[in-house]
Design a protein around this ligand. Structure first.
Ligand code: M6R
Length: 609
């Protein structure tokens, strides 16, 4: 998704801005640009495609200047091309923007009626025009930005410069994140800490409706009422090392192999021999969880799949009712909230616009409280939740979520255990679940050893147009996650079904050209699943079965293959069986030669609706 970097420094800022944009590349984008002020001139370079393409244009014709703004754009209004790329200029102003302005059409019409000529199809350009007009009429840049954002509907994080005020950058946020990087004799703005970590680890997270003005020597933030406010400075724990690819070919591969460590970190000091340790969800967390009578879990994409696994777990072991819903649906419908319901938001980034909006909406719906399960401690979702349980996956750069998912399952495993224990789960069963959870890192490690066999399986899929994924019970969301991974990075159309649903429609698709991938761990539903697989086999479908141990598969894969592994026990099997799904998608994508870490059309952090 779009990224912002801005700087005011004594040194030339163009190289810093470009380095910041490179650190944001993982978010996904389709064009890039920078604008730098130099003695009253605005130098600008923009290009469709990667940052390096824009950088070559800059290097061919470099420009000096200590005040600048930069952007990677993920197209929403208007195709990806140079004209629509940010920064946008109007009169004395250059501006970059993340988010969507919903009332831009009426603003644009008014400006056009007044004679303004637009050069792009974007919603962003109207802001540049409005701010420029106001500066021309005598307002300072900060006053002009403040007045302009008050008339906007929608979501924005912006950084603005004016040739009339060299040495100043003004930023504002509402519905999209914006941070200040505090340096010595230089200051920065960025849409996430990753963009700034090369220049400073001192970060101020702006609040909703804040406006900020940075110069070389000062940072001044103004709150919703326009009055100066103080915001805390945080030391970011990010390091540039954490985002190195090391010996791996892609970030996704690195992140798949980091899972044993990431899951172990997520469990560390949170679970002991007697179960979950006190108050791991925050002060007062255990008391609040003891009052819970049901849960609504809200998330998007991969995080939604983690929520679906948790539904099976919590309903089985804690006997509490759980609803799981994608945030984009939940936020616009009048969900019934029974008394004592806990709202749980799951998000890797903590900035997903739909999840954040759903969480804000939940505030007026009478929940017992809110719990965030998230990977980014300073994210909006975490800051706005009553209780929080951080996943400790470290930065996830590949657009396809991998370690974020398994660490979410580890965190949700802790939540399940705590809820179940509080509701009197039998001691022996509780001890078994706790010990399975503690084994999760080593079982994932073992599953990673399957990579050579999975590379061979990947060959079966590379020339296919479609694939079906099947699972039953708690493995159905794992099949959904497997299908999502395959489609997003290999561009093979993949769908997941609860295996029992096959005969109600999708079986019509099965023939010798349709590979069917089945997740088949041991458990009470294995025999049912095997019958479903017979239905596929009888129609000549090619089966790739991931099976637990030596469980008989009755020759189920006479066309295709059976890959045997150890799920580590019924409770943690969803996390362990996810690993071969990830590896399969990864290797199919590598063999097909797609852009694995930045698949087309997708963004890492979806900060627009
Ligand atoms: O940051 P979040 O967990 O809120 O992101 C939600 C989805 O956009 C995300 O899980 C997406 O589906 C994955 N990149 C898919 O691999």
């Amino acid at each position: 998704m779009c990224g912002i970097v801005a700087a005011v420094a004594q040194r030339d800022v163009a190289p810093l801005l470009i380095a910041g944009l490179k650190a944001l590349e993982y978010r996904g984008y389709d064009s890039a640009g920078i604008a730098v002020l130099d003695h009253g001139d605005v130098h600008r370079v923009r290009a469709k495609g990667k940052v390096r393409e824009m950088e070559s244009l800059y290097l061919a014709n470099p420009f000096p200047g200590g005040t600048g703004i930069a952007h990677t754009r993920w197209a929403t209004h208007g195709v990806p091309n140079e004209a629509n790329a940010h920064p946008h200029t109007a009169g004395n102003v250059a501006l970059v923007h993340n988010g969507i302005i919903e009332n831009y059409a009426s603003l644009r019409a008014e400006l056009q009626a007044g004679g303004h000529v637009f050069t792009s199809e974007t919603d962003t350009e109207v802001m540049a025009a409005l701010i420029s007009e106001r500066v021309e009429s005598g307002m300072s840049l900060r006053e002009a930005v403040t007045a302009t954002v008050r008339g906007l509907e929608g979501a924005y994080a912006i950084a603005v410069v004016s040739s009339k005020e060299p040495g100043h950058v003004v930023g504002a946020r509402h519905g999209a994140p914006l941070l200040v990087g505090v340096g010595i004799g230089e200051h920065f703005l960025g849409s996430d800490a990753q963009a700034l970590i090369q220049v400073t680890n001192k970060i101020i997270y702006l609040e909703e409706h804040d406006v900020v003005e940075i110069t070389r020597d000062h940072v001044q933030i103004y709150g919703r009422d326009g009055k100066p406010v103080e915001r805390a400075v945080h030391e970011s724990e990010l390091s540039t090392d954490a985002v190195e690819r090391g010996e791996y070919r892609h970030y996704m591969q690195k992140e798949i192999f980091e899972q044993p460590r990431a899951v172990a970190d997520t469990l560390e000091a949170r679970i002991g021999p007697n179960g979950v340790l006190p108050n791991i969800f925050g002060v007062g967390g255990d008391e609040l969880l003891a009052k819970v009578k049901g849960l609504h879990i809200i998330a998007c994409g991969t995080s939604y799949h983690a929520g679906l696994v948790a539904k099976y777990w919590i309903e089985e072991y804690a006997r509490l009712p759980v609803n799981v819903e994608v945030a984009s649906e939940y936020r616009y419908r009048e969900a019934v909230v029974p008394e004592g319901t806990l709202f749980v938001a799951i998000s890797q980034s903590g900035e997903t616009a739909d999840t954040l909006a759903a969480m804000r909406e939940s505030r007026r719906r009478g929940y017992l409280g809110t719990l965030a399960i998230c990977n980014v401690p300073e994210s909006s979702v975490v800051r706005e939740a009553d209780l929080k349980l951080m996943t400790r996956a470290g930065p996830e750069i590949g657009v396809a979520s991998t370690k974020a998912f398994t660490t979410q399952l580890a965190a949700l495993g802790l939540l399940t255990l705590q809820l179940a224990h509080q509701r009197g789960l039998d001691g022996e069963r509780h001890a078994d679940l706790a010990s399975q959870l503690q084994r999760m890192p080593s079982m994932i490690e073992k599953a990673l050893e399957l990579e050579p066999q999975i590379i061979e399986l990947a060959e079966h899929l590379i020339h296919r147009q479609h694939a079906l994924f099947l699972g039953r019970g708690v493995q159905y969301p794992v099949a959904m996650e497997g299908a999502l991974k395959l489609k997003e990075i290999s561009y093979i159309h993949a769908e997941a079904y609860a295996a029992g649903e096959l005969k109600h429609g999708p079986l019509a698709l099965v023939d010798e050209d349709m590979p069917v991938i089945a997740v088949a761990p041991n458990g009470p539903l294995l025999d049912k699943l095997k019958s479903n697989l017979q239905e596929v086999r009888a129609r000549g479908g090619e089966l790739l079965v991931f099976a637990d141990g030596e469980a008989s598969m009755d020759g189920n894969a006479s066309r295709g293959a059976i890959l045997r592994m150890d799920g580590g026990g019924e409770f943690i099997a969803p996390a362990v069986f996810t690993v071969p799904m990830q590896l399969l998608a990864y290797h199919v994508a590598v063999l097909r030669g797609t852009d694995v870490d930045q698949p087309r059309n997708l963004a890492k952090s979806v900060t627009v609706e």
